[in-house]
Design a protein around this ligand. Structure first.
Ligand code: C5P
Length: 203
């Protein structure tokens, strides 16, 4: 594959993007950026009283600690700061530089195939029903000892979907040339295999 082969993987929360992105990156030897962590890092600082736009302009690598950013409260805060155009604009260069790195890159998010990397060599839109996604997220949170109920997780998933899909700036949607993978009835292995196949077909 050519040096800057970029794979864009978009889709709603808990559809399997993260798992698929990591597996795809490992399979091809590409670097991986979970762009949701950038918005989560900004959202987490806003929960501490800071200004979203200022944080987005001064984000440091040490603010991006995946473990502390994976809570429901931070997820909701992330999707609220993600509607602010100046926040999105402040994060563009970092994402595009990552995408252009030699050796290939996988970026996952909501607007990678549509806005950040419209020229990406391969684009996937990974989705699943809200009920299936909520059940997966609930199991993850419960395993970490979180007290959220399944109903609460489903309500959060729906609220975040609506905010992400309905915003004016870079709404979540499949790029016209994206391969859509619905993981609702799929095993992880099957979803990863389908994704790798879709990417290989773009070589
Ligand atoms: O992917 P994750 O669930 O960690 O993303 C958290 C939030 O960050 C999303 O709900 C969305 O509002 C925002 N986001 C975004 N654009 C991206 C990645 C994430 O707006 N490329």
């Amino acid at each position: 594959m050519s040096a800057a082969f970029t794979v864009a993987i978009d889709g709603p929360a808990a559809a399997g993007k993260g798992t698929i992105s990591k597996a795809v990156a490992a399979h091809f030897g590409f670097a991986h950026l979970d762009t949701g962590l950038l918005y989560r890092a900004v959202g987490a600082q806003v929960l501490l009283g800071r200004d979203a736009v200022e944080v987005a302009h001064t984000l440091r690598a040490e603010d991006i600690d995946a473990d502390v950013l994976r809570t429901s409260a931070v997820a909701q805060a992330a999707s609220k700061v993600a509607v602010i155009p100046q926040v999105r604009a402040a994060l563009v260069d970092f994402q595009r530089s990552f995408a252009a790195r030699a050796g290939g890159a996988v970026l996952d998010g909501r607007d990678i195939g549509t806005v950040i990397c419209p020229e990406a060599a391969a684009k996937l839109f990974v989705t699943a029903t809200a009920e299936v996604r909520a059940a997966r997220r609930y199991a993850e949170l419960a395993a970490k000892g979180a007290a959220d109920s399944l109903d609460q997780v489903l309500a959060d998933v729906r609220a975040r979907d609506a905010r992400d899909a309905d915003r004016v700036e870079a709404p979540m949607r499949a790029a016209q040339d994206a391969v859509v993978i619905d993981t609702s009835g799929m095993s992880i292995d099957a979803a990863v295999a389908a994704s790798i196949q879709a990417i290989l077909s773009k070589r």
